[in-house]
Design a protein around this ligand. Structure first.
Ligand code: NI
Length: 188
């Protein structure tokens, strides 16, 4: 089932996600729905808060093309180590339509997580995969990619963010908007 994606500035996107203690049928279903939702919106990553569920679950697939799909489901993901080397890459977000910007992040990471069978994994990632995993884990902590931009850059984006929050920049997939008014919650 394709779920609606919550847009900036819905409060659930600022909420810290709770760990998943038990892998219930509901959690499995949520993971499947999140993958479907991500593919339907042409995304390469999605965090559970983005579908309104503040639990520590992210899905990732950087193999965009049909036949190349390699879905990853990460429960309770933790970044255990990051490279000193950083990389600048343009990011966007399904919760922040029509806004893209260059974000500096560590180029490689080591992440620990559980899969849907409860098995623990440790894996290293670099390049685009490391990028997406870091972006999605940020969501679980209530952090948007634009929070990582230099203050001046963020200041210049604020009008566009206001328009997104008002529902004036709607993407071609189903969404949930946050409650209005928004002005007083926006950080300049
Ligand atoms: Ni995002």
């Amino acid at each position: 089932m394709v779920l609606p994606i919550y847009l900036y500035d819905h409060p659930v996107l600022r909420q810290k996600a709770e760990p998943i203690e038990e892998i219930t049928p509901e959690i499995r279903q949520l993971a499947q729905n999140m993958l479907q939702t991500m593919y339907a919106a042409n995304g390469i990553g999605l965090a559970a808060n983005q579908v309104g569920v503040p639990r520590q679950l992210i899905v990732v697939d950087i193999g965009r093309d049909e036949g190349m799909k390699r879905p990853l489901v990460l429960l309770n993901p933790v970044i255990e180590a990051v490279s000193e080397e950083t990389e600048t890459m343009e990011e966007g977000c399904l919760s922040v339509p029509e806004l893209r910007d260059n974000v500096v992040r560590p180029a490689a990471i080591q992440v620990r997580y559980r899969d849907l069978n409860g098995r623990e994994h440790r894996r290293e990632a670099a390049g685009l995969l490391a990028r997406v995993i870091q972006h999605e884990i940020d969501h679980l902590h209530g952090i948007y990619f634009f929070d990582r931009l230099p203050p001046l850059r963020r200041f210049l984006l604020r009008r566009k963010l206001e328009r997104i929050a008002r529902g004036e920049l709607l993407p071609p997939y189903p969404v949930v908007l946050g409650p209005a008014p928004v002005e007083e919650r926006l950080e300049a």
